[in-house]
Design a binder for this molecule. Structure first.
Ligand SMILES: Cc1cc2nc3c(=O)[nH]c(=O)nc-3n(C[C@H](O)[C@H](O)[C@H](O)COP(=O)(O)OP(=O)(O)OC[C@H]3O[C@@H](n4cnc5c(N)ncnc54)[C@H](O)[C@@H]3O)c2cc1C
Length: 305
């Protein structure tokens, strides 16, 4: 089946503006890199999302869920099959101390919306540039807080399009991992439980975390955040810094001079530049410290032919 046929089949249920052929993924990743997606689909409703998931499953078409692309490196040859983005499912409902956020909502926006209601628990997420779906899949966290501290349950679709509600225990949340990525589930929404707090304390914490992030992270350049997971007993950034890797890289990609855990797209880097820089860093740390760095970022897609 051709991508034109997939397009025709999908627009029986979705608006044509929500189904694009050969969409450049560098428009949708925070590294600003990556080739095209055969089909880039942005459903408006849960039913349309289930339709796309079932269509891909029944026709054996690879399906990749892209959130805000803030932890994703897409190779230069792009992604075959369907890339699904749930940016239009972004409703946030606050009911007392219960918060239900759809998958495409930005976790930064949710963090700020709950702070306005004097709810505490999501301050840690005030600078994480991911979507709710991506934050669930990665069990995102920062400055001592993690999604797993506040999650109650999550509504997902299985790869075949069946809707499931997974309680916190069933989500198998761990350091930057969850059952969602393990089983290939697609997050539709998440429910959080927060607590009433002191507005001044909540705002002070957000201001402090924002200051720390802005002073330590190279936010002026496109990146995918921390490239590597924290190895037990170490900090990836320190190991990279002590290996003398800062400022080094391939093409337009460079190990940040501000925070060695970040590789930035300094000057029109390709994904090949970025991935070669990752490999260089891994080799240097292995050679200097005997430690095998594990990737936090997800690398997807094909090399350019
Ligand atoms: C400047 C910067 C700072 C960052 N700081 C932090 C930080 O402090 N803490 C932290 O944890 N992370 C941080 N990150 C990384 C990133 O923001 C998080 O991992 C975030 O949770 C990823 O969300 P996303 O929507 O961008 O997901 P993507 O990068 O698009 O995808 C990441 C993974 O999640 C999957 N996914 C996305 N949406 C869904 C969905 N709806 N259902 C199922 N799977 C899905 C994807 O398939 C992929 O496997 C940072 C990144 C940047 C660029």
């Amino acid at each position: 089946m051709s991508k034109q046929k997939w397009f025709q089949d999908l627009v029986t249920q979705l608006d044509t503006k929500n189904v694009k052929i050969d969409e450049s993924l560098n428009l949708h990743t925070m590294t600003r890199m990556g080739g095209v997606a055969d089909l880039f689909v942005t459903p408006e409703t849960e039913d349309q999302t289930a339709f796309v998931v079932q269509y891909a499953y029944n026709n054996d078409i690879p399906l990749l869920l892209l959130g805000n692309g803030s932890n994703m490196v897409v190779r230069d040859g792009g992604v075959r099959g369907i890339v699904l983005r749930l940016e239009n499912l972004n409703k946030v409902t606050i009911n007392g101390n219960q918060v239900i956020a759809e998958s495409g909502a930005d976790i930064i926006d949710v963090s700020r919306a709950v702070a306005k209601e004097s709810l505490t628990g999501l301050e840690f997420a005030c600078g994480i540039p991911g979507s709710i779906g991506g934050a669930m899949a990665m069990n995102a966290g920062a400055y001592g807080g993690e999604v797993q501290d506040v999650i109650v349950q999550c509504t997902v679709l299985t790869p075949s399009g069946e809707k499931l509600i997974l309680s916190k225990e069933k989500l198998e949340l761990g350091y930057r991992k969850s059952i969602i990525s393990k089983e290939g589930y697609y997050v539709l929404s998440a429910e959080f439980e927060l607590h009433l707090g002191d507005p001044a304390e909540i705002n002070a914490k957000i201001a402090d975390l924002t200051f720390q992030r802005e002073s330590k992270q190279p936010l002026e350049y496109p990146s995918a955040g921390s490239v590597f997971k924290r190895p037990p007993g170490h900090f990836a950034g320190k190991l990279i810094q002590d290996s003398g890797m800062q400022g080094k890289g391939f093409g337009g990609a460079e190990v940040s001079t501000k925070h060695a855990g970040f590789i930035v797209n300094k000057d029109n880097a390709t994904a090949t530049d970025y991935i070669s820089t990752i490999e260089m860093v891994k080799e240097a740390v292995k050679e200097n410290f005997g430690i095998e760095l594990e990737l936090e970022v997800k690398i997807v897609g094909e090399n350019k032919k």
